[in-house]
Every structure is written in C-alpha cells, then in structure tokens.
Design a protein around this ligand. Structure first.
Ligand SMILES: [Fe+2]
Length: 465
C-alpha cells in the first residue's frame, strides 16, 4: 500500500492536521477573566481538508473552516463550520477528494479549482465574507456560520477578489484587487460604505504574478509585483504553475486613490516575496510600507513544503520600505532578524501612521514538533525600535495575533491582543486574550476551545452591535 499524503506531509500533521467535526459549545471554560468590554465575535479562517488529498498537498489547498469565538459579558461561546463550497458539496456526494491541489495542476487538463474560501474572513456593510486567494467571496451567515453562497456584489464584480481587502477606517470603503493568470492580470475595486461596488479598474502589470495582498494609505494604493510569475510554459515543461524569477526584481506600484491606471508609478526594489504587509502610510512625499519580507519564495516549492525545518532562510522578516515618490527611490531597511508572519496593526490605523505592530514570530528553541510553527507573539514599537516577545512554550504555536482596542476612544496599544494558541502537550487549542501593553505577561484570559483549531490563516473581530 502506498503512503497516504497525510503520513508524509507535515502540513497534514500535528496541529496542521484537519479537524473534521463541526460543532457548537456554549459557555466554554475560561482560565482567568474575559474583559467585559470585549463583546463581539472573533472569526478565524483556515485550511482544513475534508478528505484525504488525492495527490500532493499544499497548505493553501484545504477546504475553508470558520472558527467563531463569541465573547459576551465575560463569557465565551464557540462554533465552527466548513465553508460549504460547491466543490466540497460535490466531494461530499462522491465521498472523496476530487480536486487537484496547487502542486498537482495538470498541464494537459483544464484546471479545476475549488473555491475553498479558506484564507480570510471579513465583515463589511453587514456581510460576512469568507475569502480565498483569487475567486469570488463566499458569503457566510453571521451567528450560524451557514454558507450562503458565492457573492458577486449584486452581479457587479467581474473577476476574482483577493483574500486581503482593506477597510478604510475613515471612509468605511472596502478597497481590494483581484488577480488572474489570464488577462486582465490585475483589477482594482472599491466598494463603498454601504457595500455597493462603485469602482472597477484594470491595472497594467509587467507580468502576471501571484499577488496575495496589497497596501493602502489615506491617499494611495500600493500594488506589490513580486517575481513569482504565472507560467503556463513552465507548467507544460513539467514545472510548477508559478515560477520564481528573481532576475525581474520586485516592483511596487503606487497609485493615487483619486487616480487610476494611467497614474500608477512603479518603483524597483530587490527581488523578494511579500505575502503580507503590516501597514502603510503617507509621510509627506514618501510612503512608508512595513512588510513581512521573504528573500525568496521557497514556501511555494513542493519540496520546501515537505521540509520540516522551515529553515530561517525560508522565513519572512519584518522590513520597512520608504518609497520616495518625488525622488523615485526606495529605502529598504530590515527591522528584525527573527522571522515572523501574519503582521497586523490596530485596524483603526489601516493606511495611517502606526507605531505598534504585532505578528507571529518564530523562536526556534521552542520548536519540538516536526511541523513548522510560529511559536511566539511579538509586538513592535516602531517609534522606539523595540520589540517584546511572548514565547508560548515548547512545541506550542501561534496563529495571527489581532489587536482589539479597549474601546473606540482607546489609544493605539490600549487594548487586547487575541490569538489562537496550540497547546502541544494537550494537543488542543486555547484562545488567548493578552494585555497589548504587557504581551509578555500572563494572559488576561485563556479560553479553552473544546476542540483543536488547526493552524490557519486570518481572522477578524466583529464587535457586537
Ligand atoms: Fe494572507
């Protein structure tokens, strides 16, 4: 009998292994005390394959599963549901996986993609949207987490949507883009405060690329064109759909929000890959953009995906770009030599100057499992150039940390950092509520999730109304 993918692929093992039960738990056990001002729901999305993969598995392939932790009056409830995509329904009917993963896309068959909706979950204009790399959003019912189906902005969105829209804290707009391996390679869209899609524009790019995220400021949009190139030729030669071509360098496209495609200016920097910016802001004639920067993209390589060490060189590090719009250059400054991913800032400062940022960082000395994990939560004070790390303990791992202010008027780091944490010894999961001004201290509350929550991607907080 040949080995199952689950037996050999670290992204299907330890806390990457899928959790396949869906459930609801009221009044979950809490260690400590949940702050009473935290009233709302933390939604977290992640990849959770419902069936044993039919071929090679990449972490980005799994079906979406939403985990919702609702906090009310100091108590916590938990619910999890799959994103019931049409592809998953088809697989349920067949009783097995039917779709190829990213690493097994055939050069000869027409590609079949499942819109897993597995990457992010955002709330805008009363809609809860599960998002994936390059497809339509899947609308979910808040509360029940029932899947309502694909959402195309009332028939107005033609083309895919990124998993990383930006919500402008002043205008209430949702700014986003969509990319495609086929023309048009890139489009930019704006939904207004009420959720109406009011703008769609094709943006010219030098090559078709996997553009996972972007950045916005109060006045600009920044597209990140990295040298990961869609290459059907490469696929037909037996290679991957994505090819890493560092000789192209990386280009940052700056577009005034009041302008359009004709106004995009491209600025060159060293080859790298960025999944996630932390934030960006205007600073006179410059734009400051903080990102988690990979010097190359081994992460997309199937062999690297099987490499349990996830070596330091393969990781991303916090990095600052200062784009001089007048002079034309980019000043590039590494901010850390420790690797970290899933950077976030106070959502009230998206596109505005931030002092503090948070991410999931690696602490190699705590790695005891064989799967690659981010084993600490780190807070940066970018004004002082300092950082604070909360280590989570041997074998434990962090998800993306999310800052939630104590109240609407609270200062930038006056609030809480929320994160799902894997407890290796218990093979279970806790939801941490940390004091953002003392993240190295003991959690204010530790909510014991009744099932294990596999390592996933992104989450957001939706305050109770
Ligand atoms: Fe992402």
């Amino acid at each position: 009998m040949t080995a199952r993918e689950s037996d050999v692929n670290p992204f299907l093992q330890g806390n990457f292994a899928p959790w396949r039960l869906e459930g609801t738990a009221d009044d979950v056990e809490v260690i400590g005390a949940i702050p009473r001002e935290l009233n709302g729901t933390f939604y977290r999305n992640g990849s959770n394959p419902a069936y044993e993969p039919r071929g090679r598995y990449h972490w980005f392939d799994g079906d979406g599963m939403i985990h919702a932790i609702t906090l009310r009056d100091g108590r916590a409830a938990y619910r999890n549901r799959y994103v019931q995509s049409d592809g998953l329904k088809e697989e349920r009917a067949a009783g097995q996986a039917l779709y190829p993963g990213l690493l097994d896309i055939s050069p000869t068959e027409a590609p079949r993609f499942k819109v897993t909706g597995n990457t992010n979950i955002v709330h805008h204009a009363g809609r809860l949207l599960a998002l994936v790399e390059a497809a339509l959003p899947t609308e979910m019912q808040a509360g029940t987490l029932e899947t309502l189906g694909l959402y195309d902005f009332g028939g107005k969105l033609f083309g895919p949507m990124t998993a990383h829209p930006k919500l402008d804290p002043e205008t209430g707009e949702m700014l986003f883009f969509g990319y495609s391996p086929f023309p048009p390679y890139l489009q930019y869209h704006v939904a207004d405060r009420s959720g109406a899609l009011v703008r769609s524009e094709v943006i010219d790019v030098a090559w078709p690329s996997m553009m996972h995220d972007f950045a916005v400021t109060r006045d600009h949009v920044i597209f990140l064109l990295c040298p990961i190139v869609f290459s059907v030729e490469n696929l037909q030669r037996g290679g991957q759909l994505f090819s890493w071509e560092p000789e192209r360098g990386t280009r940052l496209g700056v577009m005034p929000r009041s302008g359009g495609n004709a106004d995009v200016r491209w600025f060159d920097t060293d080859p790298c890959y960025v999944f996630h910016p932390m934030n960006a802001y205007d600073d006179g004639d410059a734009i400051v953009l903080d990102v988690s920067r990979y010097s190359s993209l081994r992460f997309m390589n199937p062999e690297a995906a099987r490499d349990p060490s996830m070596t330091e060189d393969a990781g991303a590090r916090l990095h600052r770009w200062r784009i001089d719009r007048r002079g034309g250059g980019i000043r590039s400054t590494p901010l850390d030599d420790v690797t970290g991913e899933f950077p976030r800032v106070d959502e009230r400062l998206v596109g505005r100057k931030h002092r503090f940022g948070y991410l999931a960082a690696s602490t190699p000395e705590d790695l005891q499992g064989k799967e690659p994990v981010w084993s600490s939560i780190k807070k940066y004070d970018l004004e002082r150039g300092t950082s604070t790390t909360r280590r989570l303990g041997a074998g434990n791992g962090a998800s993306e940390p999310l800052f939630v202010p104590r109240n609407d008027a609270a200062g930038e780091d006056d609030g809480y950092v929320l994160a799902l944490v894997y407890d290796h010894a218990r093979h279970g999961s806790d939801f941490y509520i940390l004091d953002a001004q003392d993240i190295a201290g003991e959690p204010i509350a530790q909510i014991r999730i009744p099932n294990r929550v596999p390592y996933g991607f992104h989450g957001n907080w939706v305050p109770a109304t």
